[in-house]
Design a protein around this ligand. Structure first.
Ligand SMILES: Cc1ncc(COP(=O)(O)O)c(C=O)c1O
Length: 484
């Protein structure tokens, strides 16, 4: 049974009530040492220095916070680069083993800044965007337009015009309406635009399991029947070149089974469409999982790449068709583990229930505005004291933010040193993906800076917001009156 000990205990505090029910979920194992860093969850460079202070990229958490304040998203450059290289090399090797090629697109939605776009492209990746904003960041970073893919279910004419005009590598068509829009723009600008068609193949994968349905009730992609009509239309329109099918089955996928099923289903349509012409490419999307807590155990990327490419190659061989060139779109698996968010603890509070069970609430100076994943998806994270080694037994804690929302939870369940106190720095690992990119100004909280660390150096790659930034948009404040 989990025990929790507050810092200033009432007399009977550490005695767990005999009938107390633990509030810890079954999967959460009480650690022997609540200061230990589980290697799978942290960047490879994470360690504690002689004083027990957490360091990332050879930069101590206390020093970083002195320079940049809290909350702070720290991104380990070498971790991003190493993961980008691993994806590039693993898929290249797996494809070469079957005499084809593979392109890896970094899914910018996970977290995009010009620095990150440069790191990943320097390591051989392409970039996948889904809005004009993401496209402009990639272009500002100097990414070759031919190495950018553009997907999304509602690209505006303005977005399509910009993409075609800069010579974007491919546009992933999501509806019949879009075909006419892209063709009109291409004809007007004299371009021949390469397009893929996104299909909804009924495979939906989440973490350990995947679900295969006949039809999925969701907004992305087309049914096979609609995709067939779409491809026929694309093939007859000037200005468009059909290069392949695209699918994406979900996120935080650990195994290969979902990808295998997805590929097998899409190959059925791919084979049928070969009757109308060559199809050089097949894009199987992203969704590769990472460890958020020490119990998560994602398959190593070399193994995943080898097994997925082999599954596609076997599927093609069984159908007697040529293996196309392959494409993948990892986002989270490139940047997720590289990010560590540092917060300052503001208050702690023990909450005891009638059952006798208790939980330590640890409030930090950020919350759902910088990490919406817990509130949005019920995501699990872990946490560690960053400014020192804590003492006292592991206390079952919940890390919460400062927002006016009871669902404002950063880390739902974690054991932290029982002496955690106001002024301590708390680090939440695996926050590199879908945290900054989903951040908001809820409760008029400024968004924190993103700082890259590498080899004992740090630099701001995304500036933090100030109160002035927030007020600047309020047209009722005198300096802004008349502005739109
Ligand atoms: C089409 C597409 N590609 C790639 C991704 C990236 O997924 P992940 O970050 O889980 O790898 C997503 C995410 O939802 C997506 O929708």
């Amino acid at each position: 049974m989990a025990r929790s000990c507050p810092r200033i205990p009432p007399d009977d505090w550490c005695v767990v009530h005999p009938s107390a029910v633990s509030l810890a979920p079954e999967w959460l194992i009480a650690p022997e040492d609540p200061n230990a860093l589980a290697p799978s969850v942290w960047p490879a460079s994470a360690r504690r220095d002689r004083d027990g202070v957490l360091a990332i990229g050879d930069m101590s958490a206390t020093e970083l916070v002195r320079s940049y304040g809290t909350p702070l998203l720290v991104l380990d450059e070498e971790e991003v680069r190493a993961r980008a290289r691993a994806f590039h090399d693993s898929f290249a090797a797996a494809a070469a083993a079957h005499e084809t090629t593979a392109r890896v697109y970094y899914a910018g939605k996970a977290f995009l800044s010009t620095a990150v776009a440069r790191w990943v492209t320097e390591e051989g990746l392409n970039v996948d965007v889904c809005t004009r904003g993401e496209l402009e960041v990639a272009l500002a970073a100097g990414v070759e337009p031919a190495n950018i893919g553009f997907h999304g279910n509602n690209k505006s004419v303005d977005e399509i015009e910009r993409a075609v005009q800069v010579g974007i590598g491919s546009i992933i068509v999501d509806s019949a309406i879009e075909i006419e829009r892209i063709a009109a723009v291409a004809v007007r600008t004299g371009a021949v635009q390469r397009v893929l068609v996104r299909v909804n193949n009924g495979v939906h994968a989440e973490t350990h399991d995947f679900l295969a349905t006949a039809h999925e009730d969701q907004k992305f992609g087309m049914t096979f029947a609609d995709a067939e009509v779409a491809v026929a239309r694309i093939r007859e329109l000037p200005g468009l070149e059909f290069v392949g099918l695209h699918c994406h089955i979900g996120s935080q996928i650990f195994g290969v089974a979902g990808f295998r099923e997805s590929a097998s289903r899409v190959l059925e349509l791919h084979e049928k469409l070969l009757a109308g012409g060559d199809i050089p490419l097949l894009n199987l999307g992203g969704g590769f999982g990472i460890a958020y807590t020490s119990v998560d155990d994602p398959t190593p990327i070399e193994q995943l790449a080898a097994e997925i490419v082999t599954a596609v190659a076997e599927g093609c061989a069984a159908r007697g068709i040529a293996l196309p060139s392959l494409a993948f779109e990892p986002g989270r698996a490139i940047v997720g583990t590289a990010g560590v968010t540092l917060y300052e603890v503001g208050t702690t509070k023990e909450v005891r229930l009638d059952s006798g069970a208790s939980r330590l609430y640890v409030s930090v100076d950020g919350g759902m505005s910088d990490n919406a994943r817990t509130a949005l998806y019920g995501a699990q994270f872990s946490a560690r004291l960053a400014s020192r080694i804590g003492s006292g037994g592991p206390a079952l804690a919940r890390v919460v933010g400062k927002h006016c929302e009871s669902g404002d939870i950063v880390v739902d369940h974690e054991y932290l040193p029982a002496d955690i106190a106001p002024g301590d720095l708390l680090a939440v690992p695996a926050t590199g993906a879908y945290c900054a990119s989903l951040s908001s100004n809820y409760n008029h909280v400024p968004r924190p800076p993103v700082v890259a660390v590498s080899g004992g150096h740090s630099r701001v790659i995304v500036r933090g917001e100030s109160i002035d930034d927030l007020l600047a948009r309020d047209a009722g404040i005198s300096a802004n009156e008349g502005a739109r």
